[in-house]
Design a protein around this ligand. Structure first.
Ligand SMILES: Cc1cc2nc3c(=O)[nH]c(=O)nc-3n(C[C@H](O)[C@H](O)[C@H](O)COP(=O)(O)OP(=O)(O)OC[C@H]3O[C@@H](n4cnc5c(N)ncnc54)[C@H](O)[C@@H]3O)c2cc1C
Length: 507
């Protein structure tokens, strides 16, 4: 498995192993935990700024969301400039617009500086309203964009076969192949003397006045600073209360002819649908995405693909789906990412998370912010993206709602487990949480009859996991930890597997 799900993403064939025989006993300046776009970009920038770095990845480079993204490079964000002005004020919203430009500059400069062949293309984006309510929202977005110096212009036509009420064109957007890109960043990092250690789970860290000691599955590492590029860091901390995990679904369809636009398209539905073309192995495919929901909060995740496919086929005449996959992103309660010093740290532990659907940009921007903070002690973005902020007003209702839902999920799942009389009751391909002899278990029967049994309580915060039929995984609805049918960790913040039950031994 090269990705944190059973389905293959369109990018997956490019994922390769980085083998390294790094001696973990030597001291390092900075450990970067997590080998997605955030970790790879940050490791490279820190190493080039003179720091001796080690990149530690639990599985393989590209295993997480970067291996399951759609890699649009947009400087208009899921949190609109209208929302940013209303919640953070005009000056901060202008800084957010600057962040978008900086992120694009970082990506372009990496691509040209390291001569990265990653199918990078500049594009025009079309944002279209499907009804009057969305049209009003679009008007607000255009007005706010002009206030922050971001270009959006009305247009009467869009190159997508979708009826629309109102639309805008946004110049200077982009797309690329995310795995080709981060693979090249990792190679540049190693050429600059950096170290990569895969299959190395970071379990915890201890920070004191002189150093940070990281405990990993391969031993302890001594560093001056640690950067968590893992979404939510391991353990229980404040970030769990300010970020909620969401799943999003993607299908890559074959095209019937070449009469498809090469530009980027997005509607304003909630959740929104998005479209773009990418050529894989000489064949152009239409990538379409949407159907987002909170992790563990949809009964049948497989149906999300059916709904997405039916929706897209209403408008586009397409060949078969070649790929379909889902992946996980994190919603920050007040709409802006958390990039900077970890809450509670005395200045040696850093974090970059809460990117919504804009992690290609914010993950890249994180490399600059974190390098500035670690090397120079300050960044122009440190206040805007401060991980320690609690902004009552912006996001406070979400903060209360998301955390009330976590408590509700915790209690509800403890009360609603099923009893079964015999394991024969579970059909092939079926998964169930059952109650047996005072304990609860997660059972999955493969086609062919092999039964996998696990303790169903997530070791992170003791919520009950729920079945994800789309990816054949057990997902925790509270903080987004995910496990394979064997109980192996796929996604943190847990650092422990689900306990396997040996059914043979119990008989
Ligand atoms: C379907 C979908 C489509 C998207 N489309 C776009 C888009 O078009 N444009 C855009 O800008 N953004 C998009 N996003 C968001 C973007 O893909 C993510 O925000 C981004 O990939 C996050 O990168 P990352 O490096 O922070 O995390 P990841 O890529 O998830 O990397 C984190 C890594 O950390 C590792 N890890 C975790 N815990 C540990 C530990 N304890 N020890 C060691 N390693 C650990 C994981 O194995 C993983 O490899 C999309 C997201 C989804 C879900």
């Amino acid at each position: 498995m090269y990705r944190d799900g059973t389905r293959k993403s369109i990018w997956q064939e490019e994922i390769k192993r980085f083998s390294s025989d790094t001696d973990l006993n030597q001291p390092f300046d900075v450990a970067i935990v997590g080998g997605g776009i955030t970790g790879a970009s940050t490791a490279l920038q820190l190493q080039r700024s003179g720091k001796k770095c080690i990149l530690v990845e639990a599985a393989n480079i590209g295993f997480g969301t970067t291996g399951g993204t759609t890699a649009h490079l947009d400087d208009f964000f899921d949190t609109t400039y209208a929302q940013a002005i209303s919640d953070f004020g005009l000056d901060q919203a202008k800084l957010l617009a600057e962040a978008g430009k900086d992120a694009m500059r970082i990506i372009e400069s990496n691509i040209s500086g390291f001569n990265i062949q990653c199918d990078f293309e500049k594009k025009v984006a079309y944002l279209f309203a499907l009804d009057e309510k969305q049209a009003k929202q679009l008007d607000d977005m255009v007005e706010a964009s002009s206030k922050v110096g971001h270009i959006m212009e009305y247009t009467d036509q869009i190159p997508f076969p979708i009826p629309f009420e109102k639309a805008v064109i946004i110049p200077d957007q982009g797309q690329f192949h995310p795995i080709k890109y981060i693979k090249a960043l990792c190679e540049a990092f190693m050429s600059a003397g950096g170290n990569i250690v895969e299959d190395c789970l970071c379990e915890s860290h201890e920070e004191d006045n002189d150093q940070v000691i990281i405990s990993t599955s391969k031993g302890k590492i001594n560093v001056q600073q640690v950067v968590y590029a893992t979404h939510i860091p391991p353990g229980v901390n404040k970030l769990h209360f300010t970020n909620a995990p969401y799943r999003s679904y993607v299908i890559a369809f074959g095209l019937k002819d070449n009469d498809y636009t090469q530009q980027l398209g997005y509607d304003l539905s909630d959740p929104y649908h998005y479209y773009r073309i990418h050529e894989i192995n000489g064949e152009k495919l239409l990538i379409a995405g949407g159907e987002d929901h909170k992790t563990g909060h949809t009964e049948d995740t497989g149906e999300c693909f059916t709904r997405l496919e039916n929706y897209v086929r209403q408008y586009f005449d397409l060949d078969i789906p070649y790929y379909s996959w889902s992946s996980q992103y994190y919603e920050p309660v007040d709409g802006l990412p958390y990039i900077g010093k970890m809450p509670g740290s005395n200045g040696r532990t850093y974090i970059a998370t809460g990117f919504r659907g804009n992690g290609m940009m914010f993950g890249s921007l994180s490399s600059q912010i974190l390098t500035d903070l670690i090397v120079n002690g300050s960044s122009k973005y440190e206040k805007l993206f401060d991980p320690g902020r609690i902004k009552v007003g912006a996001g406070f209702t979400n903060f209360v709602k998301e955390n009330a839902e976590v408590v509700f999920d915790f209690v509800k799942d403890k009360l609603t487990r099923e009893y079964i009389r015999s394991l024969e009751e579970i059909k092939e391909g079926e998964a169930k949480i059952i109650w047996y002899d005072g304990d609860s278990y997660a059972l999955y029967k493969e086609s062919g009859g092999k039964l996998h049994a696990l303790k169903s309580t997530c070791p992170h915060a003791y919520c009950e996991v729920r079945w994800n039929s789309a990816e054949l995984t057990w997902d925790c609805p509270c903080h987004g930890s995910r496990f394979s049918v064997n109980g192996r960790i796929l996604t943190g913040p847990t650092v422990e597997n689900l306990r396997r039950i040996d059914l043979e031994a119990d008989n």
